[in-house]
Design a protein around this ligand. Structure first.
Ligand code: SF4
Ligand code: SF4
Length: 249
């Protein structure tokens, strides 16, 4: 744990600097499998579920007006007890605390990489201008659900932090096997029907000012979602059965 008074991440503020090691002057670009496995172990030591990797194309960088190439995505699951609490200001604060507690470890992950000769910088986790979800989608390891969640197979109640790095040879996925999810969502819509705040407009766009997820920790659209209740594999089997039936009609 970092022994400083951690004030946390704030919107529209520079990211706090809790690195203990500077970036190397001439960063390396190739990582060994063993070192990557060590980084994975370090992340798991702090209860992260795993790491995904995004390679950003030139077109993508141009569209978003960003200069980063390689991104590590450190994923974690929000605590189930917390998710099941009734929404309240107190719950919102507890969720924020949990987020900050995971976040502090990401500086250690960056330091691990810096120490081993790579450039590594945390991406501000609350910087909406960067569109972290768009960057996450470049990993080919997640999809955006109808409830507007960025869903990795690790769990619908996941959250993540990102580090951009000089490492070029990360195990980037080139195909996304989750692209069936929006089709399944089109047959469901439970999240929208059960939202207690009517936080989706007529085009099903999430109205951020109406949604109380961040203020009070509402998770109703997560709790009611088949992906949360049954898990990815079971929903996929159900979807495959549905597809087969519709093909046989
Ligand atoms: S509740 Fe249904 S529509 Fe909403 S995200 Fe989950 S599967 Fe998709
Ligand atoms: S978090 Fe709650 S308020 Fe926000 S969209 Fe989901 S169900 Fe609606």
């Amino acid at each position: 744990m970092i022994d400083v008074d951690f004030k946390g991440f704030r919107y529209h503020k520079p990211i706090p600097n809790f690195y203990k090691i500077e970036n190397p002057e001439n960063p390396k670009t190739e990582i060994s499998d063993d070192l990557l496995a060590e980084l994975d172990d370090l992340a798991k030591k702090y209860d992260f579920t795993g790491i995904s990797y995004s390679k950003l194309s030139d077109d993508f960088k141009k569209d978003l007006n960003i200069e980063i190439d390689n991104v590590l995505i450190f994923k974690f699951l929000m605590g189930v007890d917390l998710i099941n609490m009734e929404p309240s200001r107190e719950k919102g604060k507890l969720m924020d605390k949990e987020f900050q507690e995971y976040g502090i470890h990401v500086y250690e992950f960056a330091d691990f990489l810096r120490e081993n000769g790579f450039k590594a910088d945390l991406i501000h986790p609350l910087d909406d201008n960067l569109s972290l979800r768009a960057i996450a989608m470049q990993s080919n390891d997640c999809v955006i659900t109808r409830s507007n969640m960025c869903y990795f197979k690790d769990g619908l109640h996941n959250s993540f932090f990102m580090i951009h790095t000089s490492i070029e040879n990360l195990p980037f996925k080139t195909e996304n096997d989750m692209l069936w999810v929006p089709d399944f969502c089109s047959t469901c819509g439970v999240c929208i029907d059960r939202c207690p705040k009517d936080a989706f407009d007529e085009n099903e766009k999430l109205l951020r000012k109406v949604c109380t997820a961040h203020r009070e920790g509402c998770n109703e659209c997560i709790l009611k979602c088949p992906f949360f209740k049954r898990g990815y594999d079971k929903v996929k089997k159900r979807y495959d059965r549905m597809k087969k039936r519709s093909e046989n009609v």
